[in-house]
Design a protein around this ligand. Sequence first.
Ligand SMILES: C[S@@+](CC[C@H](N)C(=O)[O-])C[C@H]1O[C@@H](n2cnc3c(N)ncnc32)[C@H](O)[C@@H]1O
Length: 291
Amino acid sequence: MEQVDDNDISIRAAHYFAGILGLSIVRRWYHDGAFNEARLAELEAVLANRHEFPHSLELQPLEHDLLDGYARWAETYDGHNPLIAAEEPIVHELLAPLLGPGVRALDAACGTGRHAAYFAAQGCEVIGADQSAEMLAVAREKVPAGRFHHTDLRSLPIEAGSIDVAICALALCHFDDPADAVAEIARVLRPGGTLVITDPHPSAAMLGGQAFFGGIVPGEPMRWVRNHYHGAATWLRAFRGAGLEVVDCREPQFADVQATSTPAYMFFPEASLAASDGLPGLWVWELRRPE
Ligand SMILES: C[S@@+](CC[C@H](N)C(=O)[O-])C[C@H]1O[C@@H](n2cnc3c(N)ncnc32)[C@H](O)[C@@H]1O
């Protein structure tokens, strides 16, 4: 058995497993005694074997600020991501009828140009903006015809009222308060123009969700940049302040997909599924600037 120093405060898989098991019991404690007992037995096994693999696995995720984090993440960002897999079909459903030749479409905080590439495929004139040079480099390669600005979202070098359709995807979670960024995107939108915002849902906070990356290659640490989870009141205040109307709001649930993508699922599938059962994973807001 591995010797563990009493002063060792590293973050271990056992901590995460115990949390998921506890959360799964909380979700069902009042109506499923058999489930609770089965999870308690698993929890006892985690505690009894906490200094053995896989419970002893050191995770120790490293936090990065936004610029450093996305500089490191840019090369691998376009890999599989369950959040993105759930988000894209909804965004396409909402925006497809509005896109086509002659439409000026903005991908705000475009990252590696995921939505910019979709806009280009629909024949739109594509504009992108992001503060990460490394993410933008991937976007520029992906969408050679696009015009990309290296800028903060809160000061877009774009003429007021000049954009027909805009998206800001999975980025406003990086702001303490999204109001200034929402107002800036609204400024460049033409009257009657549409903005779609997607963002991780606050329920992700309950599951310990952050913007994690890395940690796949042995010896390479897991890394993360911080998400701030915005509730409905924060969003509605930001939209009102920016003069935007809410057309639609979706809160898609894909808890099963999320649960099966976590490391805990391999060892504790029932607990992983129960912990996230019924929780929405995303906000998808459809907004319009009034005529
Ligand atoms: C999770 S990525 C999302 C990228 C892309 N929208 C997508 O959905 O694939 C978040 C992006 O937001 C960008 N970002 C964060 N804060 C920003 C800011 N203040 N101004 C501009 N871009 C920002 C980051 O550089 C990063 O590329």
